[in-house]
Design a protein. Structure first.
Length: 439
């Protein structure tokens, strides 16, 4: 047990920008207990069991034969989504598309709010671009103020701007009218990217996407994910939407067989299962409300509003997120995303994927045991001197989570936009250290 624990700790330590893969963790932890995954933001309700059965029945052919070319798979996806294939480029995951966007379209600089998805900072830095990082203020719930961001872009002279909507890891969502206003104000840039990888999980607005507007603009790309929405990260497929010139430029750079046979099989199953997919999104939205409510009842835990399929939380004062992550995995079989290696965040923050209630109850029980030492779950009590949050132990019989259940959805906490003043500039390796240590 101790050796496995040290191996897990080392695995996280060597994963400097992202979490280790589920497969790598499974190899280290072995079969001691199943892992309940709150780290990888998948849709737990899709594909359906029937779809998985079909994939299993066709596994031999899927693995044996070449897929069709990307044009064929893209055309089928566009027929499902109602898009013009000339405005779409499909990639082997959104990360492949981010890589090509950087190589083909980003010149000397890129502005992006942080914290956000790590590839939007790491990829351009790896190719020698200047990354202008705009810190989202914790004091205002990490809400992006578009006007202040535009001022920042102007002050830095950035030629490309990127926003994630909803943002990862906090789940903050800009309404559609605000995104369009932002695009209008930045129409002179070389490129503006709106990463909508998690937008289909949002329910604050009937249709917050700007896909239809991107195809009419000269400098706008909208990025969408399929793996996250469909619960199939391992398949690796995503797509971008832009005017035919931009989309064609990226499409021409991609290999003919950049999409695998699993991606093709799933895309050609989508028409038959669209009602089930829509239902899965409603279930995730319901679970998000309930999960936010359950987490908000833990003393000292700050839970931020989210429109993604994950929830961003700040741990109580003095808590060590890395130690908490390791102990949750070791003692409770619960895997969480500790955000200490995310630019603009720190080890005091976790991103927790939305999961069904039985899994959330396991998470909450593990947090209670590990953070506060309350005997609500099985497993060893904290060792002397290993409490993650210093302070007196709860009194005997004192429940940190009341027995009564909240009768309805949790109201969304009020979050105020950031003040309209210039934010401090940060860029490069030294700035990364300043952002992380100053978070």
């Amino acid at each position: 047990m101790a050796e496995a624990g040290s191996n897990v700790t080392e695995l996280f330590r060597t994963s400097t920008a992202h979490s280790p893969s589920y497969a790598a963790l499974s190899r280290v932890t072995g079969d001691r207990q199943p892992i309940t995954d709150f780290c990888i933001p998948c849709n737990p309700y899709f594909p359906t069991p029937e779809m998985f059965e079909q994939l299993g029945d066709r596994l031999r052919d899927i693995l044996t034969y070449y897929p069709s070319g990307a044009d064929t798979i893209t055309a089928e996806l566009c027929s499902v989504l109602g898009l013009n294939p000339q405005t779409v480029a499909m990639g082997n995951g959104s990360t492949e598309l981010i890589t090509w966007i950087d190589h083909l379209l980003v010149r000397e600089s890129l502005a992006v709010p942080v914290p956000t998805f790590g590839r939007w900072t790491d990829q351009p830095m790896e190719t020698g671009k200047r990354v202008d990082m705009f810190p989202l203020p914790e004091s205002h719930g990490f809400v992006l103020d578009p006007a202040t961001f535009v001022d920042f872009v102007r002050s830095r002279g950035s030629r490309t701007a990127v926003i994630c909507n909803p943002n990862n890891p906090d789940g903050g969502l800009l309404p559609r009218h605000a995104v369009l206003a932002l695009l209008d104000q930045l129409q002179d840039l070389d490129l503006v990217v709106v990463d909508e990888s998690f937008l289909e999980f949002a329910d604050a607005e009937a249709d917050a996407s700007v896909v239809g507007d991107a195809v009419l603009r000269p400098n706008t790309i909208v990025l969408r994910s399929l793996g996250k929405n469909f619960g199939l990260h391992g398949v690796r497929f995503g797509y971008l939407v832009a005017n035919p010139g931009l989309a064609g430029l990226v499409r021409a750079a991609l290999p003919k067989w950049n999409l695998n046979s699993f991606a093709e099989t799933v895309v050609f199953m989508l028409k038959e299962y669209r009602p089930e997919y829509a239902h899965s999104l409603r279930l995730v939205q319901r679970d998000r409300q309930e999960m936010i409510w359950q987490l908000s009842r833990l003393p000292g835990l700050t839970v931020y509003p989210s429109q993604g399929n994950f929830v961003y939380v700040r741990l109580p004062e003095g808590a060590d997120g890395a130690l908490l992550r390791n102990r949750l995995l070791e003692e409770h079989g619960v895997l969480v995303r500790e955000c200490g290696n995310k630019i603009g965040s720190s080890s005091r923050y976790l991103r927790l994927v939305v999961r069904p209630q039985p899994d959330v109850q396991r998470l909450v029980a593990g947090l209670e045991r590990t953070l506060y030492g309350t005997p609500h779950t099985s497993g060893p009590a904290p060792l002397p001197g290993q409490d993650l949050v210093p302070g007196p132990a709860p009194l005997p019989g004192q429940d940190l989570v009341p027995a009564t259940r909240h009768p309805g959805p949790m109201p969304t906490p009020a979050v105020h936009p950031s003040p309209a003043h210039a934010m401090p500039y940060a860029s490069g390796t030294a700035a990364v250290d300043r952002l992380v240590h100053g978070a």
